[in-house]
Design a protein around this ligand. Sequence first.
Ligand SMILES: Cc1cc2nc3c(=O)[nH]c(=O)nc-3n(C[C@H](O)[C@H](O)[C@H](O)COP(=O)(O)OP(=O)(O)OC[C@H]3O[C@@H](n4cnc5c(N)ncnc54)[C@H](O)[C@@H]3O)c2cc1C
Length: 407
Amino acid sequence: MVEQADLFIVGGGMVGAALAAAMAGSGQRIVVLEQQAPAAFDAASAPDLRVSAISAASRQLLSDIGAWRHIEAMRVAPYQRMLVWENKEAEGTLFDAAELGEDALGHIIENRVVQLGCQQAMAEHDNIELICPDQLRSLSEQGDHCLVTLASGRTFAAKLVVAADGAQSVARRLAGIGINSHDYPMHAFVATFAIEGGERDITWQQFTPDGPQSLLPLPGDYASLVWYQQPTFVRTLEEMSEAALIAAFQQQFPQRLPTLRHLVSRGSFALTRRHAQQYYRGRVVLAGDAAHTIHPLAGQGVNLGFQDVQALAALLQQAQAAGEDIAAPALLQRYQRQRMLPNHAMQRLMDAFCYGFRASAPPLRLLRNIALKLANRPGRLKQEVVRYALGLSPLSRGLRVVLPGKH
Ligand SMILES: Cc1cc2nc3c(=O)[nH]c(=O)nc-3n(C[C@H](O)[C@H](O)[C@H](O)COP(=O)(O)OP(=O)(O)OC[C@H]3O[C@@H](n4cnc5c(N)ncnc54)[C@H](O)[C@@H]3O)c2cc1C
């Protein structure tokens, strides 16, 4: 039996689930396929290893789609300030939400909490079905629909398939969409620590010639250490004793930071920039990491994915209201035009940070110092830099897109 769907979303992660919730009001039949159910939230547990800095713009989207209240009811760590400094310099550049009239620069949230919040928002709507656990087997274009088959044998005829199944997207591969990719010469070492003392409303980021290092606040007495380094050094960090790891941290970071008490968990991630050569083919369209991955040093990855969600949901709802095909090439082309360039620009900006701070050539050091000094001067330029990073600037979106009914 072939079941019908208007929108078939492969991947019920943060981006896929957010898109389904954003489209809930359309009344269309939406199916979300997820291969693995996230573990239920447990307030007594320590925070997960995988966390993301969620920007002010993403919080607004999550609030608009009904997910934020679920997320906030679990746990979030807001931060009002961000200090960036270079290689143990005494002073750095401080970014403060107060200068922008915002209550927070962002929130550090466990990926699973964001995913659960979006899935809870989805579950409030009868027109959305979550199929989990199951996996995508095949996709084939058949005239006015795309035939989707699952490992369980269920088959759907969908008007539009959204590939939101992450960096290794099977849906993207099955649709025949290629990617350009670049492996960074550094990995990310990530560790969650129980902490004591220190300031808690701030993210700390240090740039060194070997790569950046950050300490991010987590809910409760916890913090997340992210250390970008050559793969061999990252392996050493993974194998170090807890005491040696804490000592290595103390050597690198200033004293005013919270004291690390004990290690909760640690892991590492290889880093690759990927960009799909096209954002759609036939009736398959890409969103989130399936379309682009980025160096995570400024915490932009899923925030770009949420901007994809906002752009795609607005275009799909406009098409539906006008009685047009939601997979019309002109519509998908418009989505690609809106999102590809801003995503590419952010990828390149992260490369400039990643490689710019590693370079020791005097002209580059001079440029870097000028940029940091300019960014440190209170005023419009600094505000614009922060607005861009928070996704609040029209520049960071390419185009300002507003969900229907959310003005
Ligand atoms: C070290 C590190 C730090 C990061 N920090 C930040 C940060 O601070 N801020 C930020 O914005 N971003 C950050 N990112 C990036 C962020 O994690 C990703 O951009 C985000 O996870 C992408 O979400 P997604 O929903 O597109 O993909 P994913 O999170 O990969 O979700 C894809 C979903 O699809 C499911 N799936 C996959 N294949 C199938 C299939 N065949 N069938 C069914 N289901 C399938 C998966 O189970 C998963 O649930 C960081 C990344 C790394 C590596």
